[in-house]
Design a protein around this ligand. Sequence first.
Ligand code: ATP
Length: 391
Amino acid sequence: MAWLRLQSVTKVYADGTVALRGLSLAAAQGEFLVLVGPSGCGKTTTLRLIAGLEEPTEGEIWLGGRCINGLPPRKRDVAMVFQNYALYPHMTVYDNLAFGLRMRRRELGLTKAEIDQRVRDVAEMLGIGRLLDKKPAALSGGERQRVALGRAIVRRPAVFLFDEPLSNLDAQLRAEVRRDLKRLHAEIQTTMVYVTHDQIEAMTLGDRVAVLRDGQLQQVGTPQQLYDRPENLFVACFLGSPRINTVEGELVVESGRVQFRCGAFRMDVPPGLVPADVPQGGWRLVWAIRPEHISLARETGNNYNVAEGTDLAARVTVVEPWGREQVLYCDCGGVELTVLCPAALAVRPGQQVLLRPLLTESLWFDPTTGRRMELGCQARSEKVPGNGMTG
Ligand code: ATP
């Protein structure tokens, strides 16, 4: 059974803003669930509702087998860590960590020695044991954020709620604390709901990721499921860097041959690799393919090895070095295609190349609804090598 469950939750603020529309979402006990989506999609509202800082307009929130609607925040057994963590500046790290427990010592039935043990255990777990006598002003940003995490952890709540806790840190520290959080989660096995608008954070941290847009759930699944099988164009475009290529055009069948066209852009597609039953006369569709699924057809002397009918003549417009890989922006009959390929390939702007899309990895979407369409008779390959995440 789900440990934490939101059931058809709608939130309308006093000024009429609809922040959530019928959101249903569940997390298992011990799961790391990430909520991701653009600014204003309702992520923070979801956390505030779980924490009891807001009440739903409609719907129910269940935690550990009971409905917690109407229960005051301090009775909910949740701990929230915000982006703007506020430590008490006049207290040492030790006192900051112990403060919440001391305030509720009787209620929690803890002795002074037990509080001391909890504080030291958590400090050890987060690698801040040597900082216990320092005041917050004498700490780095990453150390302060660890103390803020520690303050939540000593409480041993049923659920942790994280609201973009890393966004004030620089890139290197963010990666460090992200790794700490993952290690911590593996150690304490407590349910965590983590909000971010950063897709790399979402993909790297979450057991499952829920994508929100305009207060509505778009899709929830493992990071790989969302990456490989996005339900709609929004999810496809939101996850992955560089962004997935999308081309809106027409799929045409002529004498048994299937071709995808967009202006001067033409691409032959094996019939089994397009959505089922292309009607005669054409079909408007969005073709999508991840940059790592387009490769450069191999150059042999001065001639390209044109083995496949699907190879696309293109001109490289921009080359972006990414270290081990490079990103090529290519003009292909008026359509821009992004290609992620090994940096070792010598390519320069202005060069004519042949692109070879791995059509078994193509995705097709309905341009009106944005929904992904299932392929015809032939299935896609199940596993995609790598996930295109680099940062
Ligand atoms: P961000 O990533 O920018 O923090 P978010 O996804 O967390 O955004 P929310 O803060 O949940 O989004 O806000 C969802 C919507 O509700 C937004 O349109 C926001 O302006 C609105 N909103 C949030 N709090 C209130 C409030 N107290 N009163 C009225 N509208 C609000």
